[in-house]
Design a binder for this molecule. Structure first.
Ligand SMILES: Cc1cc2nc3c(=O)[nH]c(=O)nc-3n(C[C@H](O)[C@H](O)[C@H](O)COP(=O)(O)OP(=O)(O)OC[C@H]3O[C@@H](n4cnc5c(N)ncnc54)[C@H](O)[C@@H]3O)c2cc1C
Length: 317
């Protein structure tokens, strides 16, 4: 995925950022307090994110996305987080899933999923963590065993899955070779399909349960859930990259995607939250800077003079 510099910002990127800024001001900021206070999934805002094409921001145009670079994505999530940080959470695991498909997916997997991911019709989650592990990814216990019919049966419990309920695809890292040494050579990423918004999956997705969302002290509105795989059957073609190329290659794939996905952790953290009732002073100062940067004179400036505000102070303050 290309990384642009702020100096090379294009007219198209500029137009997208202006559009996102207006969307944040008009649709997110006035509603953030309600959704955050009620810890309610912001369905109407998500619908508008779909209409704006933001679920396909980095997905290539040939799959119906906007085909933009990582730098533009960073700018967009920073802007979204200015309104409400949870919106960046709705976008980011989807972004990570699209990145995994774009970089490691087979042609068939890209054709099958990316067009519907670009529109936001289906959305993605990303699952490494378990009740007993976070940082120590090699301690994953959830496992997959190949059955006689060629499918893989997945068993185990995942934890802290952002978009765990509302996603229709979960990119899940599981152990496929318990004897592998070093251990990281024994993990595979499966694309597990499920029904969005459903706790107890049935039919072809039977064996995947999403317990009620975990209560959190922040980052509300976007759900964090457990995922219980109990005899879930996953077709071999849903090994990321295909069975031949992807079996036991999942650790490096997921670490790569996690690293890229970190932009979503760092940029929103640096963004202010002017709509929060208890915004810290630095947020107020930043808000004032942003207001200044949105003056009519800068908004109408040409692409050779980017209107995206450059940070002259340390991130976060
Ligand atoms: C709101 C939220 C959303 C999340 N979303 C997802 C998601 O979508 N998908 C997903 O898979 N996970 C998700 N997570 C889980 C997240 O990735 C983990 O919380 C993270 O990996 C840290 O794991 P942990 O909380 O178990 O902390 P630990 O791994 O126990 O770490 C605790 C502290 O110890 C430090 N530490 C750990 N090991 C070492 C070591 N060897 N040496 C020195 N220091 C060490 C860590 O840096 C940290 O400061 C989410 C978590 C939260 C809170």
């Amino acid at each position: 995925m290309a990384v642009a510099t702020l100096d090379s910002i294009t007219d198209e990127q500029q137009a997208i950022l202006e559009m996102v800024r207006q969307f944040v001001d008009e649709q997110i900021i006035p509603n953030a307090e309600h959704y955050d206070g009620a810890d309610e999934y912001p369905e109407p805002i998500v619908e508008q994110l779909k209409e704006l094409g933001l679920f396909g921001i980095t997905i290539p145009e040939e799959y119906g996305g906007l085909g933009l670079d990582l730098t533009t994505y960073v700018m967009v999530v920073e802007e979204l987080s200015r309104g409400w940080i949870s919106i960046s959470g709705v976008i980011n695991t989807h972004f990570i899933g699209s990145y995994l498909l774009m970089k490691y997916g087979s042609d068939e997997q890209k054709q099958k999923y990316l067009p519907r991911m670009a529109t936001g019709e289906i959305r993605a989650a990303f699952s490494l963590s378990e009740p007993e592990l976070g940082s120590d990814v090699q301690a994953i216990k959830t496992n997959a065993k190949k059955l006689d019919d060629g499918k893989y049966e997945i068993n185990g419990q995942k934890m802290w899955v952002t978009n765990g309920l509302m996603s229709a695809l979960v990119f899940v890292l599981v152990k496929t070779d318990p004897d592998a040494q070093p251990r990281h050579k024994g993990f595979t990423c499966f694309i597990t399909e499920k029904e969005a918004g459903v706790g107890e999956n049935t039919g072809e997705y039977a064996g995947l349960t999403v317990p009620p969302k975990i209560k959190k002290m922040g980052y509300k509105g976007v759900e964090s859930t457990e995922l219980v795989y109990d005899g879930y059957k996953c077709p071999a073609e849903n090994v990321l990259g295909g069975e031949d190329a992807g079996l036991n290659k999942g650790f490096a794939q997921m670490m790569d995607a996690l690293e890229v996905g970190r932009v979503n952790t760092s940029r929103p953290a640096a963004s202010a939250w002017p709509s929060a009732p208890s915004s810290p002073p630095c947020a107020t100062r930043r808000s004032a800077r942003r207001s200044a940067s949105r003056s009519p004179s800068t908004r109408r400036s040409s692409s050779s003079s980017p209107t995206w505000p450059r940070r002259s102070t340390p991130p976060g303050c």
